[in-house]
Ligand binder design. Structure first.
Ligand code: GDP
Ligand code: MG
Length: 456
């Protein structure tokens, strides 16, 4: 067994606040705490029970640092499953760093990003989906996101995956029995039974990914690029949607060169809006770089808001854009509805289904734009309540398991030999073990926890 070092980190944000917490975890956590903390009562830190606190002073050697509350957790009854000591001090950056330094001098080492939660996972306190949910709870921005993350943290997805995994294990067991005793009549291994059991598993797995896209949109928002040739009013629209003067607007073509980004909430949907440089031919090198970025953003965005000037006939640059965004989710915004209209939208409507007329300058027609967004990204109401894969990693594991069950089902229906089916079901089972982290490579585990912050 690997002996893990005792780790320490400041678990509160890297800023001043009411209190700061220095967390220490590992076999020697309580010994480290004892060296840097002197309780005011006579009782020694070593004698403290789990789930108890003491008031006292943190020290670095003989030097007093600050008043503190020490909370002790004893293995396995702690977040990490190890001995844990948490020192709560005044929330100054300097104070908390000094206490951390004292802990490091006395036997602890710096914790890596997510290492406390990683240890909770390694000690069987959480499965991998629950550990990932901890990060989602931290980054939740709304009640709904929080509820979704909480249900995952409570193990809802894990239990579903476990149930599927157990069902597959049972099938594998039956198949093994059948392979060992082919002459005996083992009732569970009739093709009919197998198909029915696998179909149930398939249904459960599908329910875990069914609402994934809606859930993801809800969490991450829709990557949206506002594009168009220069001077059509992209930046004015961007400012109008974001409710502030973020992007510079002038009548000079080529004003916007950098990508300016802002998150905008439209009802339930968040758009991660990017204002871009006008796409056209230019000799200006800097503007040219901006245009390249804009073109790349067209490729990587999920929603394109293509802006046209209603006051001018269609130009070659407009046509270039129409061709470029072909096949993407797109809304054509015909801007400047406040001036005399000279644009013929025939060409636009051939390629883009949603067309709205607005005046970004006068803030007219923005509601129609909202409606078009809602139509394109209709959020499934079940997405909010259902148990669902929370990220790409989970989704891929479930999709792969689903693919295998589908394959096994079709093989069975085609009358394939049961031992061929056995191999495919075993593969499905492997994907579910990866999902929950029961059988997963170190690289995957490291990847998951690298997205955490230090101290969590
Ligand atoms: P961009 O180059 O596409 O980002 O365009 P801007 O937002 O910088 O706007 C270019 C010019 O068009 C500015 O002078 C704006 O005031 C003007 N403009 C933008 N939207 C409207 C609109 O709805 N109506 C009118 N009349 N002018 C507008
Ligand atoms: Mg602009």
């Amino acid at each position: 067994m690997v002996i893990l070092s005792t780790i320490a980190a400041i678990s509160t944000p890297n800023a001043s606040g009411g209190i700061a917490v220095i967390r220490i975890s590992g076999d020697n956590a309580i010994e480290v705490a004892e060296k840097i903390f002197r309780p005011l009562s006579r009782k020694s830190v070593a004698d403290m029970d789990g789930y108890t606190c003491a008031y006292g002073i943190a020290h670095d050697g003989d030097e007093r640092i600050d008043d503190c509350i020490l909370t002790v957790f004893r293995a396995p009854h702690s977040y990490t499953g190890e001995n844990v000591a948490e020192l709560s001090c005044h929330g100054g950056l300097y104070v908390s760093r000094r206490i951390l330094r004292a802990a490091l001098k006395n036997g602890a080492v710096n914790a890596e990003a997510g290492e406390f939660t990683k240890r909770a996972f390694l000690n069987g306190k959480l499965d991998l989906t629950q550990a990932e949910a901890v990060m989602d709870i931290i980054s939740a921005k709304s009640e709904r996101e929080l509820r979704m993350a909480e249900s995952l943290r409570e193990g809802a997805a894990f239990r579903k995956a476990e149930k599927c995994s157990a069902a597959l294990m049972k099938i594998l067991g039956d198949l093994a029995a059948w392979a060992d005793y082919p002459d005996e009549d083992i009732p569970e291994v009739s093709t009919e039974n197998l198909i029915s059991e696998l179909t149930d598993v398939r249904g459960e797995l599908f329910s875990l990914v069914e609402h994934y896209d809606s859930g993801r949109l809800l969490r991450e928002g829709v990557a949206t690029a506002i594009v168009g040739r220069p001077n059509v009013g992209k930046s004015t629209l961007f400012n109008c949607l974001s409710g502030c003067e973020r992007s510079i607007v002038t009548e000079i073509a080529g004003t916007t060169r950098d990508v300016v980004e802002e998150s905008v909430r439209l009802g339930d949907i968040t758009l991660r809006l990017a204002d871009t440089a006008g796409i056209h031919d230019t000799d200006d090198m800097i503007e040219g770089i901006g245009i390249d970025i804009a073109e790349k953003l067209v490729d990587s965005s999920e929603l394109i808001i293509a802006v046209f000037d209603g006051g001018c006939p269609l130009t070659e640059d407009d046509q270039y854009l129409i061709n470029k965004i072909n096949k993407k989710k797109c809304i054509a915004v015909i801007n400047k509805s406040d001036v005399e209209q000279k644009l013929d939208v025939t060409e636009i409507s051939k390629s883009i289904q949603h067309i709205v007329y607005i005046s970004a300058k006068e803030n007219n027609g923005i509601d129609d734009l909202h409606k078009a967004v809602e139509e394109l990204f209709r959020l499934d109401p079940d997405a909010f309540s259902s148990v669902c894969a929370a990220n790409e990693r989970q989704k891929q594991c479930i999709d792969s398991a689903l693919r295998c069950t589908d394959e096994a089902l079709s093989e069975l229906q085609n009358g394939q030999m049961l031992d061929a089916v056995n191999v495919i079901i075993d593969e499905a089972e492997q994907y579910l073990l990866q999902l929950t982290g029961k059988k997963v490579t170190d690289a995957v585990v490291d990847e998951v926890f690298s997205r955490f912050c230090v101290g969590k």
